[in-house]
Design a protein around this ligand. Structure first.
Ligand SMILES: [Zn+2]
Length: 387
C-alpha cells in the first residue's frame, strides 16, 4: 500500500533529523555506523545523507578502512552551516543564546529581573539582545529563534497563563514577529527542556524521554520517538497539576495537593522556613548547604520534598513508561542526592518493573537547557524546508 504523501514527507524529515543528530553526537562517523545506531536501512541513510549534503549541513572527512572492500568515508556536521537563537524567561532572569548546529553556545546575554517584571519590558529586553546576537552572524545562516516560558502556551504563541511570571494572555509570538525574522517559536519551558535533552543531552536513542523541570513550579516535557508530545491543543504534559496529596496545601491553580504544591522549590522553601522557624524567604543556596551540613531543619524539609517528588515521578513512570527520565531546574542542584533518592524507589514502585530499562539522570546542560531547546525547535523546520 503506498504511503500517503504527507506521511512519506514526515518520515523523510524524521530520518534526516535522526541522521543529523547521530552525526552531531557521534561524528566523524561512517554511513554504515549511522545505520547501526539509528536502525535505518543503509539505503535510507544514503538518501538522508544526500539530502543533508544538498543543504550544506554535512561535510566529508577522512576515510577509514574497516576490512576488505573500499575504505569508508567519514561524515561530520558542518556546524557553521546555520545558527540559532534560543532564549529563556523565568521569574528572576532572562537570557538569549547564539548557538551553532552542534549546540555549542557561541555567545550569550543575560539579565536579572525583578519579581513581577512587566511582560512588555522583558520581551523588549530579549528582542534587543537577540538583535545584538543576530548581527554577529551572516543573515543567510540564521535558522530561527525560540523562546521558552514557564506557562501554558497556545500553538499560536499566545502565553495563556504563566503563574510564576504573573502573565495572562500575552501574545509573545506576535511581539517577536515584529522584531525578528521567522521562524519564531514560543515554547513551554519544560517542553523545551525535553527537546534540548533529546538533541543535545545524549538521549537520541530514547524511545520515550520524560524531562522534569523542578523549579518554583513543576513542568514536564515528553519526547516520544523523536516527537514532542504536546496534546490536542498544545498544552499537554502539565504534570505539576496532578493531585497527589488529597488534603495537601492549596496550589496556585486553586486545587489542593497538586504535585507542584508539595514538591517544587516553592514548597521546599516554605517547608524549610517552617522547620527553621524563620519568616524571611530562604535562598536555595542556603538550603542546599545546610542539607549537606546535616542541619536537621534542612534535612527534614528536603527529605519531605524528595518523598513527594518520588510519589509524583512514580505516577508519571506508570503513565508514560519512559526509558529515560531527566531531572532539571533548580532542584537538580541537589545532584546525586536527588537522583539516587528518586531512582531506586521508582524501580521498586512502578507497576510493571520486570525487564524495564529506565535511566534517571540529571540534566547535563545546566542553565542553558530550556533556551537551547526553544532554539532547537527551528532545527526541524529548517531541515525540512531547505532543499
Ligand atoms: Zn495545581
Amino acid at each position: 500500500m503506498p504511503i500517503p504523501i504527507a506521511r512519506h514527507r514526515l518520515m523523510r524529515e524524521m530520518n534526516e533529523m535522526a541522521v543529523m543528530t547521530v552525526i552531531r553526537q557521534h561524528g566523524p562517523i561512517s554511513r554504515r555506523h549511522i545505520a547501526e545506531i539509528t536502525g535505518l536501512t543503509k539505503s535510507t541513510v544514503t538518501v538522508a545523507v544526500q539530502r543533508l549534503f544538498s543543504k550544506h549541513v554535512l561535510k566529508e572527512l577522512d576515510s577509514i578502512s574497516t576490512g576488505p572492500g573500499r575504505p569508508e568515508r567519514l561524515l561530520g556536521l558542518n556546524s557553521e552551516a546555520g545558527y540559532l537563537l534560543g532564549s529563556s524567561i523565568d521569574a528572576t532572569k532572562c537570557q538569549v543564546l547564539l548557538f551553532d548546529l552542534q549546540g555549542k553556545v557561541l555567545d550569550h546575554i543575560a539579565y536579572d529581573l525583578k519579581v513581577g517584571h512587566a511582560a512588555q519590558d522583558t520581551l523588549k529586553l530579549v528582542a534587543d539582545a537577540a538583535l545584538v546576537l543576530l548581527n554577529k552572524i551572516p543573515h543567510e545562516k540564521y535558522w530561527g529563534f525560540g523562546v521558552s516560558i514557564p506557562g501554558i502556551i497556545s500553538a499560536e504563541g499566545l502565553v495563556i497563563h504563566a503563574p510564576n511570571l504573573k502573565w495572562h494572555d500575552i501574545a509573545v509570538g506576535t511581539f517577536f514577529n515584529e522584531w525578528l525574522p521567522n521562524p519564531i517559536y514560543v515554547v513551554n519551558d519544560a517542553q523545551a527542556g525535553a527537546i534540548a535533552e533529546y538533541y543535545f543531552g545524549n538521549a537520541l536513542t530514547s524511545d520515550l524521554l520524560l524531562y522534569l523541570s523542578l523549579g518554583m513550579g513543576i513542568g514536564g516535557g515528553v519526547v516520544m520517538n523523536g516527537n514532542l508530545l504536546i496534546g490536542a491543543h498544545g498544552t499537554g504534559t502539565e504534570v505539576g497539576h496532578m493531585v497527589i496529596s488529597d488534603n495537601g496545601p492549596y496550589c496556585r491553580c486553586g486545587r489542593r495537593g497538586c504535585f507542584e504544591a508539595v514538591a517544587s522549590l516553592r514548597s521546599l522553601t516554605e517547608r524549610a522556613m517552617r522547620a527553621k522557624d524563620v519568616v524571611d524567604w530562604l535562598k536555595l543556596d542556603q538550603i542546599v548547604s545546610a542539607f549537606h551540613n546535616h542541619e536537621p531543619w534542612a534535612r527534614q524539609a528536603v527529605e519531605e520534598t524528595f518523598y513527594y517528588l518520588r510519589e509524583g515521578i512514580v505516577n508519571l513512570a506508570n503513565i508514560f513508561d519512559p526509558d529515560t527520565i531527566v531531572l532539571g531546574g533548580d532542584l537538580s542542584r541537589f545532584g546525586e542526592d536527588l537522583r539516587a533518592q528518586v531512582e531506586v524507589p521508582i524501580e521498586s514502585d512502578i507497576i510493571i518493573a520486570n525487564n524495564r530499562n529506565l535511566t534517571v539522570r540529571l540534566t547535563s546542560l545546566d542553565d542553558f537547557t530550556s533556551a537551547l531547546g526553544a532554539g532547537a525547535m527551528a532545527l526541524n523546520t529548517m531541515v525540512s524546508a531547505r532543499g
